[in-house]
Design a protein around this ligand. Structure first.
Ligand SMILES: [Cu+2]
Length: 431
């Protein structure tokens, strides 16, 4: 039988991008071809033939009943659970904006993850110094937008003045992209009225190397500021491990008029992750990160941060089904603790009143989501999520002068409750 060269195309099931350099072989024959940049393969075959498709990054597949011109979707060999919102396919992916960050192209290093939002359309920054920056999205801010990272891990600030928003807890260099869902329409990622922001930290880089790493360092003359960072990762059998460490020391910067703006801070952070792949379909990942801020000056506030410590632990499990209506399952639990000490010891108001606040916030929660493929057009995501937040803290004041500005013979001590043992529990069911 005479056969013409037929074309088939290979596409990544998740990213919908063409797959190049895949080898296609007609089983039981010597016919083989390699896909080009557009994911196209030109090969002689008939519908009765079984085609064997192999690629380093994808699962080896035997397929029969392939018609010429057909598009074949391939599954990634390794999958990462941190990315729950997937690229490109609007059925699976509700994210309306994706922002990738490339630090090599940027001239100035971002001071924290909040600053990454400054270039995104529709966003503005609420600054309380160089350290604490809150993104505001289309005039929604603070609790109106639900900021999380890696598809659901949350940490709530402890400070009532928001000196420690979640953006200070993640290294900007770790954020590989920012996913944005505008508006209150999504239920899959927790409740929100303004929108959802998911910062994806992409640590498990797709290398087959046993061990790799990098060290980077930056200096800015304005403010005499230093950034240092080390990243390491390794693979061992079914384990993949990664870690990073970063240190920042920023001085007060000088504005255009030569005025020094009190905005200096020192911070230190690290993140450790361990993943274990039981097989191609099951993966478990544990992550632990801590960050420490010291002597943070907030030009826009009445007090400065003395200490800011945070710890976040998260555990993710991901299961992908081979075939059938049930497509997979993701589960996540996390726990975060933030404690924060602020005072006015470096401020002019110190002469009148000494004030120091010690506050803390604990956030923990989890999420369970199942994915069903009802038919080719409909997918159902169902699940439950839980977020628990509790905060406590108090402020101590020592009043040294009276209203007229005269020193008191006996300074008066006060203790104020800042959060009054407050807590919020959120439970949700979605489908
Ligand atoms: Cu504070």
């Amino acid at each position: 039988m005479l056969q013409a060269q037929s074309k088939i195309s290979l596409v990544d099931e998740f990213s919908m991008e063409p797959i190049k350099d895949a080898t296609i072989q007609v089983k039981g024959s010597s016919k083989a071809a390699v896909s080009n940049k557009k994911g196209e393969v030109f090969i002689n075959f008939s519908e009765e033939d079984t085609l064997q498709i192999s690629h380093l990054k994808y699962r080896k597949q035997n397929m029969s009943n392939i018609k010429p011109g057909e598009v074949i979707y391939l599954k990634r060999f390794t999958f990462r659970i941190s990315e729950i919102l997937l690229l490109g396919n609007p059925q699976i992916d509700p994210a309306q904006s994706l922002v990738k960050t490339n630090f090599r192209e940027k001239v100035v290093q971002p001071k924290n993850a909040g600053e990454l939002f400054s270039d995104i359309n529709g966003f503005s920054l609420i600054k309380r110094g160089s350290y604490a920056m809150d993104p505001s999205m289309r005039a929604s801010q603070y609790e109106q937008i639900n900021i999380q990272f890696d598809g659901g891990t949350k940490a709530m600030h402890a400070c009532p003045s928001r000196m420690d928003p979640i953006t200070t807890l993640v290294n900007p260099e770790e954020v590989s992209r920012i996913e944005i869902i505008k508006g209150p329409f999504s239920v899959r990622y927790g409740n929100t009225s303004g929108g959802i922001i998911n910062m994806v930290t992409d640590n498990a880089v797709e290398t087959t190397d046993k061990f790799s790493g990098n060290i980077s360092s930056g200096y800015e003359s304005n403010g005499n500021s230093m950034v240092n960072m080390v990243q390491l990762e390794g693979h061992l059998n079914k384990w993949d491990l990664s870690g990073n460490f970063s240190q920042r020391d920023y001085g007060d910067y000088e504005d255009g008029d030569g005025r020094s703006i009190p905005s200096s801070f020192r911070s230190l952070g690290y993140n450790l992750e361990a993943g274990y792949s039981f097989n191609e379909n099951n993966r478990l990942k544990a992550g632990f990160r801590q960050s420490f801020g010291r002597d943070v000056k907030h030009a826009g506030l009445m007090m400065d941060t003395d200490e800011d410590n945070s710890s976040i632990f998260s555990l993710d499990y991901n299961y992908r089904a081979e075939a059938g209506k049930f497509k997979g399952l993701t589960a996540k639990v996390y726990y975060s603790f933030v404690d924060h000490i602020m005072d006015n010891y470096q401020r002019p108001s110190f002469n009148r009143i000494e004030a120091i606040s010690n506050v803390e916030a604990t956030t923990y929660g989890g999420k369970l989501e199942a994915e069903w493929k009802l038919n080719n057009k409909w997918r159902l995501f169902s699940g439950i999520d839980v977020t628990n937040l509790s905060r406590d803290g108090q402020r101590e004041r020592l009043v040294k002068m009276n209203m007229a500005g005269e020193p008191l013979a006996m300074p008066m001590e006060f203790q104020d409750k800042v959060w009054q043992d407050s807590y919020v529990n959120n439970y949700g069911v979605f489908a």
